[in-house]
Design a protein around this ligand. Structure first.
Ligand SMILES: Cc1cc2nc3c(=O)[nH]c(=O)nc-3n(C[C@H](O)[C@H](O)[C@H](O)COP(=O)(O)O)c2cc1C
Length: 378
C-alpha cells in the first residue's frame, strides 16, 4: 500500500477488491445521491486561513469525546454489513481503532456480533442501536452491549423507514444477503475476498442469533422508545434540525414547552449531526452546512459531533473549527477495510491524522483544543 496517499486511493483499491454489490452498498446514497455528494462538496467550500511566523513544535491532536480520551477527535461510524467489505470486518476495524486510540461504533446491522467484537478487543467500544418495536429484542441488545462493557450507546433516530438506494436495488442486494448467479459471478471475480470469506464463519447477521423473519423486518420499522434506554453515555444521531435537536439536547424542557408531561425522557450526552451519509432523505442539507447552526443553538448544553463527507484531516479540522467536539468517518474506513483489512483501516486513520496534524500546523495552531472559527477564512 505504498502508493496510498489519500482516502480516494483506498477507495480505488477497495473497488478492485470488494464484490460490486458490497462496494456499491458502501458507495451509495439515496435517490439522486445529491445529499451524499453535498456532504463532500460543502467541505470543499469551507476555506482555511494559513498563519506564518508561529511556533509549530510539540503539536497535540489528543482530545476527548463524551469525556473519553481519543488520540484525535475522529471515531469510526456504525456501518451495517461491514463484515461483507472484508471477512470479519467489524472485528478488524474495531482492533485497528483500538490500537489507534479512537472509538469504534458497532452497528445493530453488523455481521460480527457484539460478542465477536468484544473477543477481538480489550478496551470498550461503542454500540449503535436502532430502537425497534420489539422491546424484548432491544432490551436483549442493550443487555449484551452492557455485558460486553460498551462505553456508549449511539441511538440512530433517522431510519424510521429505509431510504431508497438505486444501486442496491439494481444490484438486487437484500438484507440478509441472498445470492443469485449474478452475485456469485461478482464474488468469483474477487478471489482474495472469497478466500478470506471462506475462512470465517461470520457471513450473516450474527447480532441476531435466531433471525426470525418478523424480527428482521422490524429492523426496518422503527420507533423510538426513550424509556427502555439508559446507558453509560448516550449519543443521539440525527439530521439535526431545530426540533430534533431540542428533543435530544433537552427532552424534558422540550416536552414542557410543548405542554406534554411524558416524563422519563433522557438527555443525550452528545448529538451527532448526521444525515446518515446521504443514505436517507435525499435533498437534506449537508451535515457541515448544518453544524454551525446546531452548535450555536445547543453547543452550550451538549457536545456536538458531526459525520458525513469527511474524507481528509482538513475536513476534520474544518468540523472542529466550526464547533464539533468529535467527528466520524464511515466510508473512509470501509474503503480502508475493503482495500486491506485491518492494515487498510489503520492506513485510513494514519492518512487523516497526518493531514490533520499538518493542516493544524499551517493554520498556526499546536493544540487541537485551540482550533476555533479563527482558522476559517471568511
Ligand atoms: C455502508 C453504510 C452502512 C451504514 N449503516 C449504518 C448503520 O447500520 N447504522 C447507522 O446508524 N448508520 C449507518 N450508516 C451511516 C453512518 O453511520 C454515517 O452516518 C455515515 O457513513 C457518515 O458519512 P460518511 O460515510 O460520508 O463518512 C451507514 C453508512 C454506510 C456508508
Amino acid at each position: 500500500m505504498s502508493k496510498i496517499l489519500e482516502i480516494s486511493d483506498l477507495k480505488a483499491l477497495a473497488k478492485r477488491r470488494v464484490p460490486k454489490m458490497f462496494f456499491d452498498y458502501a458507495d451509495s446514497g439515496a435517490w439522486t445521491e445529491g445529499t451524499y455528494r453535498a456532504n463532500e462538496e460543502d467541505f470543499r467550500k469551507v476555506k482555511l486561513r494559513q498563519r506564518v511566523l508561529v511556533d509549530m513544535t510539540n503539536r497535540s491532536l489528543e482530545s476527548t469525546m463524551i469525556g473519553q480520551k481519543v488520540s484525535m477527535p475522529v471515531a469510526l461510524s456504525p456501518t451495517g454489513l461491514t463484515g461483507m467489505q472484508h471477512a470479519d470486518g467489524e472485528m478488524l476495524a474495531a482492533k485497528a481503532a483500538e490500537e489507534f486510540g479512537v472509538p469504534f461504533t458497532l452497528s445493530t446491522m453488523s455481521i460480527c456480533s457484539i460478542e465477536d467484537v468484544a473477543s477481538a478487543t480489550s478496551k470498550p467500544f461503542w454500540f449503535q442501536l436502532y430502537v425497534m418495536r420489539d422491546r424484548e429484542f432491544v432490551k436483549n441488545l442493550i443487555d449484551r452491549a452492557k455485558a460486553a462493557k460498551c462505553s456508549a450507546l449511539v441511538l440512530t433516530l433517522d431510519l424510521q423507514i429505509l431510504g431508497q438506494r438505486h444501486k442496491d436495488l439494481r444490484n438486487g442486494l437484500s438484507a440478509p444477503p441472498k445470492f443469485t448467479p449474478k452475485h456469485i459471478w461478482q464474488m468469483a471475480t474477487r478471489p482474495l475476498w472469497c478466500m478470506q470469506m471462506l475462512q470465517t464463519k461470520r457471513r450473516s447477521f450474527r447480532q441476531h442469533r435466531r433471525p426470525r423473519q418478523e424480527r428482521l423486518r422490524s429492523l426496518l420499522a422503527l420507533v423510538v422508545d426513550r424509556r427502555t434506554v439508559r446507558p453509560a453515555a448516550l449519543l443521539g444521531k440525527c439530521r439535526g434540525d431545530q426540533e430534533d435537536v431540542g428533543r435530544t439536547a433537552d427532552p424534558e424542557g422540550h416536552s414542557r414547552r410543548r405542554g406534554r408531561q411524558d416524563g422519563g425522557a433522557h438527555r443525550a450526552d452528545a448529538i451527532i449531526v448526521s444525515n446518515h451519509g446521504g443514505r436517507q432523505l435525499d435533498g437534506a442539507p449537508s451535515s457541515i452546512s448544518m453544524l454551525p447552526k446546531i452548535v450555536d443553538a445547543v453547543g452550550h448544553q451538549i457536545e456536538v459531533h458531526v459525520d458525513g463527507g469527511i474524507r481528509s484531516g482538513q475536513d476534520v479540522l474544518k468540523a472542529v473549527a466550526l464547533g464539533a467536539q468529535g467527528t466520524y468517518i464511515g466510508r473512509p474506513f470501509l474503503y480502508g477495510l475493503g482495500a486491506g483489512g485491518k492494515a487498510g483501516v489503520t492506513t485510513a486513520l494514519d492518512i487523516i491524522r497526518k493531514e490533520l496534524d499538518i493542516t493544524m500546523a499551517l493554520c498556526g495552531k499546536r493544540d487541537i483544543h485551540d482550533i476555533n472559527r479563527d482558522v476559517i477564512a471568511e
